[in-house]
Design a protein around this ligand. Structure first.
Ligand SMILES: Cc1cc2nc3c(=O)[nH]c(=O)nc-3n(C[C@H](O)[C@H](O)[C@H](O)COP(=O)(O)O)c2cc1C
Length: 167
């Protein structure tokens, strides 16, 4: 199964999760791209896409995703399955926890993308999140700032789910 993983990061947490995902999904052929140096048009080459974006500056996309956000308008995501993950901080940024995930999911869904890999909000404590839709997160939430000990098991469980849903 050929998958494109596109991530942006400012302080490396989202990149580390990309590495974990690659380890967990070693049976799949995953090509990894840092959006800092990659045009988003490259997404057109894949029918299975993983997107990693942390939330920064109180409810905003990470800066590289922010500067390339408009490129998403030029991509047809019809029929493509998309899985989202994001790093955030549910304590300090409780009112905008993981917002970036929700922003990207909304845009890509409007361009025809089919979201997979939704997760339960159980076990997280926050006031508001744009990533919450119909009572669940649109993707995987990682909080390395407060719960680094949970990251590996969260990634492992999620990778199993999306491996099935990508089929
Ligand atoms: C100035 C600042 C603003 C932030 N804003 C948010 C936010 O609104 N929502 C959130 O969930 N996390 C927020 N965070 C937490 C980051 O998303 C978190 O540290 C994440 O792990 C960074 O990912 P990266 O290392 O891949 O850049 C913020 C962090 C900083 C320093």
């Amino acid at each position: 199964m050929k998958i494109g993983l596109f991530y942006g990061t400012t302080s490396a947490a989202t990149q580390e999760v990309a590495d974990l995902i690659q380890d967990q999904m070693s049976d799949c052929e995953i090509e990894v791209f840092d959006v800092y140096e990659q045009d988003l048009n490259k997404m057109s080459d894949f029918d299975r896409i993983i997107i990693g974006c942390p939330t920064w500056d109180i409810g905003l996309l990470q800066e590289d995703w922010r500067s390339k956000f408009d490129e998403l308008d030029n991509i047809d995501f019809s029929g493509k399955k998309i899985a989202y993950y994001g790093c955030g901080d549910q304590n300090i940024y409780s009112s905008s926890f993981l917002d970036a995930l929700g922003i990207l999911e909304e845009k890509i869904t409007s361009k025809g993308g089919i979201t997979v890999g939704q997760t339960s909000t159980d076990g997280y404590e926050y006031d508001f999140s744009k990533a919450e839709k119909d009572g669940q997160f649109v993707g995987l939430g990682i909080d390395n700032d407060n719960e680094p000990e949970l990251t590996e098991e969260r990634v492992e469980a999620w990778c199993k789910t999306i491996t099935e849903q990508f089929k």
